[in-house]
Ligand binder design. Sequence first.
Ligand SMILES: C[S@@+](CC[C@H](N)C(=O)[O-])C[C@H]1O[C@@H](n2cnc3c(N)ncnc32)[C@H](O)[C@@H]1O
Length: 361
Amino acid sequence: MDRTSEFQAIANTLQARVVREGEAFLVVGGDSLEALRSLPDDCVSLIVTDPPYHSTKKSNIRGDTAFEEDEHFLEWMQEYAAEWKRILKLSGTAYVFCASQMAARLEVGIGRHMRPIGQVTWTKPNDPGYDGWKGKMRKQSLRSWYPHSERVLMFEQGTYGSREAYRRSPLGEYLLECRKAAGLSMVELTEQIGAYGRVNRGGAVANWEAGRNVPSADQYAKLAETLEATGRIASMLPYDDAVRPFNVDKDVPFVDVWDFSSVRPFPGKHPAEKPIEMLTHIVAASSYPGDVVLDCFAGSGTTGIAAMSLGRRSVCMEIEESWNSVAAEVLASASSGCEVSKPERGRQSHRTELTVDCLFD
Ligand SMILES: C[S@@+](CC[C@H](N)C(=O)[O-])C[C@H]1O[C@@H](n2cnc3c(N)ncnc32)[C@H](O)[C@@H]1O
């Protein structure tokens, strides 16, 4: 199925819950866990999601104070993780925002379903002269280090596992299975597609199967053609469904510490709104044009805006009606060609008074 048909299939499945629909976006109301359960398998390429943090106990964010015990929050997140794994393509990536206090336990919990491949520290710098709560608080009252960063956990398909599983990427395992089913040895396949390595006789194939690197689109096409020609395997997945994208270069942040500025307060700001630049960075690095990007806790719709601005499709789920109407409005405007630039959305005043809530935004 191509991406347009996949997106349409998602829209059809979620129809009763859709609050607003555009050519490249869906805003979905109600509980996202229930909505997820109705989605088909393997239908989403990228999950970028920002659940209630739980540890910050913000009364103005639905779900943030919903759990008495950390354990209950972690169990809830694992229910999501089980669904994320099911709906994510083999080439998919999931990014989950969280507070530093919950990051380790969340990574272990979600890691039971998907393979953790990175943990980004977002340092949330304040603009000069705008030091927020941090500048005003009495440091002597601190009982541990002031939490001035948040985490972004990154997962791919696969799980923690044996030494073998650890060495292989989901793509590696898939290529290995296809080659074995086709009845070719690594050396035979290498010879047929000419992907010789400088060191070992299995050449590039050995590296792909071990998850050390990935084939180019041309190399993958040659490999698929050779394996399919044996008549022993059905047609292989298209490149975009098999090879996880990761597009960075020297001109963008490629390390796991990010310093995108927090969104400054402005009337109508979501209490946990994430900077659009950070979301755009994630979408650009970890998806192909046209891909479906899912956010299960969409708030003001920032993930959707980032996705659409880069020619991706977005599914934004949000339980609060007030926020899903905001998301619906901004996505509809963006979709009709009106620019939703950050300065316009984020026009704000330096005079806005800060409350303890600004600790995590
Ligand atoms: C941390 S905020 C996301 C903010 C968003 N990243 C933004 O930039 O605006 C979490 C959001 O999840 C929503 N939420 C909480 N529980 C939910 C559920 N079960 N289903 C869907 N949305 C939920 C909350 O209403 C809140 O808007």
